[in-house]
Design a protein around this ligand. Structure first.
Ligand SMILES: [Ca+2]
Ligand SMILES: [Ca+2]
Ligand SMILES: [Ca+2]
Length: 268
């Protein structure tokens, strides 16, 4: 009887069993299962086609960004800083914290700052180390330019989750370009009106303004690409980031934990 109780105690207190139980309890109680994960940049190399790059992670997925030319150099990634078109790699920018124009939001995060000039478009590509489902593209202060996602392999549609469009027709275009442009185009519905709102201030939702929005790229992708198109005699800057919901990965961890538990019990 005593020996039997000791045997049970040793079995329950086994390090393998205990660690697995702790991991499962932590995972089961983790509110992170449905949390949105934003791009965490580790480096940005400023420059245009063939020069500008960025790298980082989106949850457990490695992300690398680059620009290739479709003509003259027109689109550039910018160095870290605090301005409208600067990048952030230390997670400190409040640019995508404003729930009036973005959704999902994050209090402070990284961003890819860009500048484009009014010449031919270039191709920006974000490559993922493993497929990402329904990535959300967040754009801040887009003027006089358009990003066309129809060049993304497997592209089907965009869904506007949140933006600063309104009855006056300025801000992000909820029709994504309209019939005269390719659908799948993210742009400022009234290009001649702009604003110079810095990242520490909530973006405008009325009056003359730039485009701000969170746009879901529907589908599962190993890479997303967009062609930049300056739509007028203008150069401009802004910033973007991406987010995703890493639910499948977390469920995978739970499955791994369950398998470990079964293995431990069999060994016990
Ligand atoms: Ca970072
Ligand atoms: Ca701008
Ligand atoms: Ca505008």
């Amino acid at each position: 009887m005593i020996r039997s109780q000791g045997s049970i105690s040793r079995s329950l207190a086994g390090p393998c069993y205990l660690m697995t139980c702790v991991a499962l309890v932590l995972l089961a109680g983790a509110p992170a299962v449905h949390a949105d994960v934003f791009l965490d940049l580790t480096a940005v190399t400023p420059g245009g086609p063939g020069v500008g790059t960025f790298s980082g992670t989106l949850g457990g997925v490695t992300v690398s960004g680059s620009i290739s030319s479709g003509g003259p150099a027109a689109f550039f990634f910018n160095s870290p800083g605090f301005g409208i078109g600067d990048s952030t790699i230390d997670g400190s920018s409040p640019q995508f914290s404003y729930s009036s124009v973005f959704g999902p939001t994050i209090p402070a995060t990284d961003r890819v700052g860009f500048t484009y000039t009014a010449t031919a478009g270039n191709l920006v590509t974000l490559t993922f180390s493993s497929p990402v489902t329904n990535p959300v593209f967040h754009i801040a202060n887009l003027d006089w330019g358009a990003f066309s996602f129809v060049v993304t392999p497997g592209f089907s549609s965009l869904t506007l989750l949140k933006g600063n469009d309104g009855p006056d027709g300025d801000g992000i275009d909820p029709a994504f370009g309209g019939p005269s442009y390719s659908f799948g185009l993210v742009w400022d519905h009234t290009p001649p009106t702009t604003d110079a709102t810095v990242p520490t201030v909530s973006p405008p939702t009325s009056g003359g303004r730039s485009a701000y929005a969170s746009v879901r790229i529907d589908g599962t992708f190993s890479a997303i690409s967009f062609v930049t198109d300056a739509m007028g005699p203008f150069s401009d800057s802004g910033s973007f980031t991406i987010s995703t919901v890493p639910e499948p990965a977390t469920l995978g961890l739970l499955a791994t934990g369950g398998a470990l538990l079964i293995r431990c019990r069999r060994r016990g």
